[in-house]
Design a protein around this ligand. Structure first.
Ligand code: AMP
Length: 226
């Protein structure tokens, strides 16, 4: 059965980790706006070149680039039986745009997952995360035992595949972290407003979980309600 799911949570809330788990369980593609941008940047595409400066600063990439990119992605064949959308929409304007596109295409949204976490805790967590160069869905974090990287030949490597790890420039830059959180916690035009938009729409089932719990506990409370 197809499921169309949005997942929300501030940077540092474990959203990517939980998204990877939910995606496997529900068996739908995990569509991450940030990861799509990073692919464009490493591939040297025009879109990547346009987006890079915004991303490095922690600013939103403008809607005229982001919205068509994401709507097109959802129209690819692998999305026809459902998707888990992560990182988009990130503002009220994007939420309205997405809701309109889904309406037009006759696609229903089934679930909204919201990971709730205090801003200060989220910030501390961000700086410890590491990205696997081989697979974006191999979460690693130096401060969480469950997903701690492993040591090989004196360096830390991906706990899943042994691949090299890298950090994101925007994760080690406090000003960029603050900007991303300013956007997330903004209840008027930001991501909190986007979440509210879908809550008010009355359609999807909303699953709100406490992100301060362990990875396993958060997963359990999400899967129990899906
Ligand atoms: P993330 O991996 O979700 O933290 O995204 C990394 C960066 O990509 C963000 O800080 C933004 O610069 C950009 N980005 C990701 N998703 C969006 C979006 N929905 N709208 C605009 N910019 C985005």
């Amino acid at each position: 059965m197809g499921k169309n799911i949005l997942i929300f949570g501030p940077n540092g809330s474990g959203k990517g980790t939980q998204g990877a788990i939910v995606q496997k369980k529900v068996n739908v593609p995990h569509i991450e706006s940030g990861a799509i941008f990073r692919e464009h940047i490493s591939g040297g595409t025009d879109l990547g070149k346009k987006a890079k400066a915004y991303i490095d600063r922690g600013d939103l990439v403008p809607d005229d680039i982001t919205i068509p990119m994401m709507i097109e992605r959802l129209q690819k064949p692998d999305c026809k039986d459902g998707w888990l959308l992560d990182g988009f929409p990130r503002s009220k304007a994007q939420a309205i745009s997405l809701a309109e596109s889904l309406d037009k295409a006759g696609i229903a949204l089934d679930y909204v997952i919201e990971i709730i976490l205090d801003r200060e805790i989220a910030k501390l967590r961000i700086m410890g995360r590491r990205l696997c160069v081989n697979d974006n869905n191999h979460p690693n974090h130096i401060a969480f035992d469950a997903i701690k990287p492993v040591e090989k030949d004196g360096k830390l490597v991906c706990r899943v595949c042994g691949g090299d790890l890298k950090t994101r420039a925007d994760d080690q830059d406090e000003a960029a972290i603050n900007k991303r959180h300013d956007i997330y916690y903004d209840e008027v035009t930001g991501t909190m407003a986007a979440i509210q938009h879908f809550k008010m729409a009355g359609g999807p089932k909303v699953i709100s979980v406490d992100g301060s719990k362990t990875i396993g506990e958060v997963t359990e409370s999400i899967l129990a309600k899906l």
